[in-house]
Design a protein. Structure first.
Length: 386
């Protein structure tokens, strides 16, 4: 029997994963500087109140709605209102995850073999999402000059007529760059001239690394057909609760047609459970408390990384938001060899830059959610090897 071509992935673990598995199987402690699951980072969330919101009596009644329960969508509208953006429940479709949201939008926009443009570097997940949904993966580069930014000249050069959408991650993972107002104007002009849609993944939008957020949300973008994806896995640090959304905006005629078609797609799956939807308004009341804990952690860690690397051959690259940091290694460094050596000799696990299609220079990527003492200890061991 032959399985579908879309599943022809390289399933063998890489050398880094094999070494990590071996150490873990032998009970050898490893400092994991990649950990980004907020539920296991010792952040001290209000667990009792999170669970209490799941006890609503209406969870025992099934009221299917392809867009999601109205009360939950109204809660999402209030979230955007707090950002100064007016949206309506009719623009919102609830999904079980951002990955599912991507799938719905890809199914809406693209036929098999059509192209979607993604930023590079960015999520490794995009390789799988594009293949599973039968769309071709196209790239446009982000370049680093004091900060990461979209290379619009290369974006135009990489455009192909079979492209149906362009994805931005706002702020990008792992580079941490928001979409600036000037970039949004250029994105709108590009997408309108090519008659393609704009998809903005904003799961990390609420996590600027300074008090002043650098970029803008695309939730209010009306210049071209725009799909904003977000959810509570990051906004409320609840990946286990499985609730995300698609926000549709843009020219009214396109929005109406897109929403009518999305409703059929969503109605085919009806994937979001009632407990998460009914709990959402109460969970949003915890937003400030949860996010303040995370912001304190990621900002302290980013500052500490700058202090630790000052005067060394490792450069902490500027970032404006998100949960990750990129550290540029000295030019000429064998990135993979250095990461393997760090794991084998110092028992410290980091991601090499090539995991994120980062090929302009050697780099490593670490999570800013790691407990402060662990990050400090792991980085000091890294500096021993440089």
């Amino acid at each position: 029997m032959k399985f579908a071509n879309r599943t022809d992935w390289a399933l063998a673990p890489n050398q880094l994963s094999l070494i990590l598995q071996e150490l873990q199987s032998r009970g050898i402690p490893v400092l994991d500087l990649t950990i980004s699951n907020p539920t296991v980072c010792g952040l001290g969330f209000p667990e009792d109140r999170i669970r209490a919101a799941l006890r609503a009596a209406e969870n025992g009644i099934y009221r299917p709605d392809p867009r999601g329960l109205l009360s939950a969508r109204e809660a999402v509208c209030r979230y955007y209102a707090n950002l100064g953006i007016a949206v309506t429940p009719q623009q919102i479709f609830l999904t079980s995850s951002t990955s599912e949201a991507y799938s719905f939008v890809f199914r809406l926009l693209a036929d098999p073999g059509d192209r979607v443009l993604f930023p590079k570097p960015s999520y490794p997940l995009f390789d799988f999402l594009s293949g599973i949904n039968d769309v071709d993966l196209g790239y446009y580069p982000l370049t680093y000059h004091d900060r990461w930014q979209i290379d619009f000249a290369q974006l135009a050069a990489n455009y192909a007529p079979d492209a149906k959408a362009l994805v931005v991650v706002n702020p990008n993972n792992p580079t941490g760059n928001y979409v600036y107002e000037t970039e949004l104007r250029q994105l709108n002009a590009f997408c309108k001239s090519c008659a393609i849609a704009l998809i903005s993944d904003e799961v990390f939008f609420d996590y600027p690394l300074t008090d002043q957020r650098a970029g803008v949300s695309l939730a209010g973008n009306e210049e071209c057909l725009t799909f904003v994806l977000s959810g509570i896995s990051k906004i409320l640090a609840m990946p286990q609760m499985k609730l995300s959304w698609i926000l549709v905006n843009g020219p009214q005629a396109l929005v109406q047609e897109a929403c009518a078609k999305l409703e059929v797609i969503a109605d085919t799956y009806l994937s979001v459970g009632a407990p998460a939807q009914t709990a959402l308004p109460q969970w949003f009341s915890l937003q400030s408390e949860i996010q303040s804990v995370i912001l304190n952690r990621i900002r302290a860690n980013f500052t500490r990384l700058r202090e630790i690397t000052a005067g060394s051959d490792i450069k902490l690259l500027n970032a404006q938001g998100g949960w990750y940091a990129v550290l540029r290694l000295p030019y000429g460094t064998d990135e993979e060899a250095r990461v393997l050596k760090l794991l084998k000799e110092q028992r410290v696990f980091v991601h090499p830059g090539y995991f994120f299609e980062m090929d302009a220079f050697p780099a490593i990527v670490v999570s800013l959610l790691v407990p402060e003492k662990e990050l400090d200890s792991g980085m000091r061991k890294l500096l021993v090897l440089i």
